[in-house]
Design a binder for this molecule. Sequence first.
Ligand code: FAD
Length: 600
Amino acid sequence: MELERHEYDVVVVGAGGAGLRAAIEAHENGARTAVVCKSLLGKAHTVMAEGGIAAAMANLYPEDNWRVHFRDTMRGGKMLNHWRMAQLHAQEAPDRVRELEDWGALFDRTADGLISQRDFGGHRYARLAHVGDRTGLELIRTLQQRTVALGIDVYMECTVTRLMTDADGVTGAFGYWRESGRFVAWQAPSVVLATGGIGKSYKVTSNSWEYTGDGHSLALQAGATLVNMEFVQFHPTGMVWPPSVRGILVTESVRGDGGILKNSAGNRFMFDYIPDFFRKETAETEAEADRWYDDKKNNRRPPELLPRDEVARAINSEVKAGRGTPHGGVFLDIASRRSAEYIRKRLPSMYHQFKELAEVDITAEAMEVGPTCHYVMGGVEVEPDTEAARVPGLFAAGEVAGGMHGSNRLGGNSLSDLLVFGRRAGLAAAEHALKRIDRIALADDALADAARAALAPFDREGGENPYTVQHDLQQTMHDLVGIIRTAPEMEQALERIAALKERVANLSVEGHRQYNPGWHLALDLPHMLVVSECIARAALERQESRGGHTRDDFPATDADWARTNLICSQAPDGTVALTRQPLPQMPAELAEVFEEVSAP
Ligand code: FAD
């Protein structure tokens, strides 16, 4: 078998914010480090992040601090977050932002020359460090420049299809070059998964083609576990029209900067959907909500800025009740509330996105928006301080890791998560590697097996077309495991997923190995299916509604489930096994934060 081979201490799979931050840290701690990514460097999802990086820097509100950020994050996640991750995240995010600035990131400034911070849903204070609505671009540009300057090897347009292990843990990874189709293997005692999300398993999503849940599935296959996969975030505002752009994100900054949601009757309906849990901190009248933009200390925030799960469900209900827009969304109006100049300055990408893709001028007319599958809170179960998965030598950081965001992520908390835990994963991966480097080898039979599995779709004739199977899976997840869920629908989804698994085992592709997207999809599909199965199984098991998981048949939160995590692992026969595990208990001194930081 023709195989390109490389040897490193740490291999990072993924070149988004988490992957690049991990690689920098591993390198700076003496590890020979490589980054592998499916697309071109600079194209990871992180680059699309618009709103900003959440960090309690207290630049606008001196009363902000890590304890308030910790409390907001836990409340946003409906207390299912791993407390230790939420604590580390809140404590370390400000340093990670300042470090980014030291490395050359140019943030928007306040009048006093400090890093400016903007409002976002669920954050008590304006907390998101930002660069217009192109924060992810600046974050990636900065990390990428540093990665390249440090001389870290980057394998781009290269997809990892399998993790290699021995009895003691990770030994490396196997993959293929997308352009040539040739195989490549990296021997390394530490692998950091930073592969991002799973959105492509759904029909309507803000995620791009890369997000097929590879890291989740690779981890499971290698013997690691996934936590709370039922929690999928549907962002309330994706584009709904025209069909070719359905799902593309409309940043929450539109609402943070004054945009409001209206139904077809012109009603600002979010006032009808304020849950008791957030009532104390949410404005009761339009007048109070509008005053908040100029005087945050004496007014409560508008209901449009409730956490995403609340807003997405409200939009879903309005549309279902027949009060939607012509194309099945609701109206997001900033045109009637802010000047054209303000909109163009604060939201330049949104302005161009609507102008070019939908021929809508957002300075003059309302946008049509609706929920879109955006983010997965569930992910690889990791040890909070090191991001170590259950398999020695395997680490996970960023969206692929679970626990940090509980049942619902607050906007802006992902970019900070990538920096905080990317750094921690890189450090721990380097330390682990330096201890084990002399004792690993890649087994030839395992490499041959990985190659055989990758080529199997070429060997079958007359099998299924990968695109048809992908379409059917996306439809299944959209129809049966979407925003609102019921037991019979999820049981049906699991039956369909089982049938799709058989079809995936019979996929065939035509042509050759050089740049063959059909083949690439055939290799992504098993990941998409296993992730979908984890989501559906966990969602069926959790008989309550919480955060990104809403059960029509169990609409309330439940005290027992508030103490329970759901863990997916791979059973010996390759199926997904599900177990319940108690939620790690928060120490008393942290629990006190919830009394000390009361709502205004
Ligand atoms: P990603 O940036 O998703 O990168 C994943 C990497 O893994 C890519 O390089 C990919 O090529 C690689 N990869 C995947 N599979 C493989 C494989 N098998 N082999 C090799 N490489 C692989 N969050 C915020 O905090 N603030 C925001 O304002 C914000 N806005 C957003 C706007 C949009 C449109 C979207 C889609 C998301 C937004 N988010 C935001 C969420 C946030 O951007 C993502 O959660 C975050 O960037 C994920 O970063 P990551 O490093 O975990 O992975």
